[in-house]
Design a protein around this ligand. Structure first.
Ligand code: GDP
Ligand code: IMO
Ligand code: MG
Length: 451
């Protein structure tokens, strides 16, 4: 049995929290794309874990796999594992030998290119983790893979090809002065320094027996009857194909990414459950248009501030305050179709409680026409005027009591909101998040029971 959990919006929908809950019934939790741009929060017994690379299920002692579709910064991975060990959690993390490695120059180039792009408003507001440049090298067939770290001859060969190119790009095209002004970056573009550090990383990976042939490893688990949970990072609207290009990440967070990014076939993943995680409003850490953004006037900005504070909407990875908007329903219809959702989990229902008004963008007005789907170009999306629907606001209640009593204990107005969402996306609501703690979730359905 497989369950795939995908972000339905712009990332940070609370995927980590739901992966943690349903991960209890999984044996293996698999990340299939992205890298340490992700920031997934799991709160257990009042202890908060912020994970970038280690799959969220590892907190529960599950085996975590970083699939071939991921880009892995080994420095981040080891520091995250070491931190968790210090906190008494010893995560069992396996790394696909086909996954690509984020090298220090990728981060440097990420920063420079964002700066250059910002002159033409094309910067995506990246996390600066080198994600885009690493996927570029993967597609350009000049990347370094995890398996290459295990073979010093291959590693040297790969570095000798790619590093001089990157150094030329940095110095000649972007004018980076590696001798003087930006001497701190010189090692990032130095074959010997890179070889030394990354061959040592290869030896550690081997010593700790961390690398696997992910597809084969997962097939064996399935043959033994084990449950696999695929943990998407980011979200559908920042998918490189289906998102608001170019303000996107460089991978496929959508459910199809789970197949190519793990080596488990689409017929297997398609026989399982695909659950969309929805935040009850919108948050955005990057740049680009956002039709339902609450930034029109002072009143809207005050409302956004209130939601931001109550929902703790500050980037897990970068600490940036997140932009806030009303729920965008065309975006959700798009996500339901692209991913083939079988159910949704709606988080942050508690955050909207007690507000004076609750609205959703039900449709758009675009060039005089009403449409219920997201347009294909981001420029058209920017021209969309939301057609709002108002909902009766729900009161603040004792959410812990609701969590104990179940769905029917939710305020009636909140249930109406959820039932509207379920109708619009055409699938049932499996879970409702009413607080950050593991216990503060109303679980109506466990997708692992829906075989
Ligand atoms: P992810 O990237 O999708 O895993 O989400 P993040 O962890 O970046 O952001 C979600 C934030 O909301 C975290 O701080 C969670 O602890 C918190 N959270 C998750 N679900 C809920 C919820 O239902 N209510 C509230 N108030 N917070 C939640
Ligand atoms: P999780 O998994 C929200 C955004 C960045 C930027 C764009 C490209 O926690 O939901 P990148 O560094 O990936 O090249 O940046 O994507 N972004 C995210 N936004 N949540 C995330 O991850 C994100 N990962 C990347 O802000 O706009
Ligand atoms: Mg996040």
């Amino acid at each position: 049995m497989t369950v795939t959990i995908v972000g339905s919006q712009l990332g940070d929908e609370g995927k980590g929290a739901l992966v943690d809950i349903w991960g209890g019934d999984a044996d293996v939790v698999v990340r299939y794309q992205g890298g340490d741009n992700a920031g997934h929060t799991v709160v257990h017994d009042g202890t908060e874990y912020k994970l970038s690379l280690v799959p969220s299920g590892a907190i529960r002692g599950k085996t975590g796999v970083l699939g071939n579709g991921c880009v892995v910064n080994p420095r981040t991975l080891f520091s995250e594992i070491d931190d968790l060990r210090e906190r008494g959690v010893d995560p069992d993390v396996r790394l696909a030998r086909r996954a690509h490695v984020i090298l220090p120059f990728h981060r440097v180039l990420d920063g420079i290119e964002e700066e250059v792009k910002s002159d033409s408003d094309l910067d995506a507001g990246t996390t600066g983790r080198g994600i885009g440049p690493t996927y570029e090298d993967k597609a350009g067939r000049r990347g370094v893979r995890v398996g290459d770290l295990l073979d010093p001859d291959v590693l040297r060969e790969r570095l000798e090809y790619v590093v001089p190119q990157k150094r030329t790009l940095a110095t000649e095209v972007y004018g980076l002065d590696l001798v003087d002004e930006h001497a701190e970056y010189a090692e990032a573009f130095d074959v010997e320094a890179l070889f030394e550090e990354y061959s040592e990383i290869g030896r550690r990976l081997e010593r700790e027996e961390m690398t696997v042939n992910a597809g084969e490893f997962l097939a064996e688990k399935r043959e033994n009857g084990e449950n696999l949970l695929f943990e998407g990072a980011q979200g559908t609207s920042i998918d490189i194909d289906h998102g608001i290009y170019p303000y996107v990440t460089s991978s496929n967070p959508t459910a199809g990414g789970a197949c190519v990014g793990s080596g488990v076939g689409p017929s297997v993943i398609g026989r399982g459950e695909v659950v969309g995680v929805v935040k009850a409003y919108l948050s955005r850490v990057g740049t680009g248009p956002l039709p339902t953004e609450l930034d029109g006037d002072e009143r809207e900005e005050a409302l956004a501030d209130e939601i931001r504070e109550r929902g703790g909407e500050f980037g897990t990875v970068t600490g940036r305050p997140r932009r806030i908007g009303w729920l965008d329903v065309p975006m959700l219809r798009h996500a339901a179709r692209v991913n083939g959702f079988t159910g949704i989990g709606v988080n942050h229902v508690d955050v909207l409680a007690g507000l004076d008004e609750v609205k959703v963008g039900h449709a758009y007005e675009l060039d005089g026409e009403t449409t219920e789907t997201m347009p294909t170009t981001t420029e058209e999306w920017a021209r969309c005027e939301p057609v709002y629907r108002e909902f009766e606001p729900w009161p603040e209640v004792d959410w812990n009591a609701v969590a104990e009593e179940g769905y029917d204990a939710l305020p009636e107005a909140a249930r109406e909101y959820l039932s509207y969402l379920s109708t619009e996306v055409g699938v049932p609501v499996y879970a409702v998040g009413i607080g950050p703690n593991r216990e503060q979730t109303v679980v109506r359905e466990n997708p692992f029971d829906l075989d």
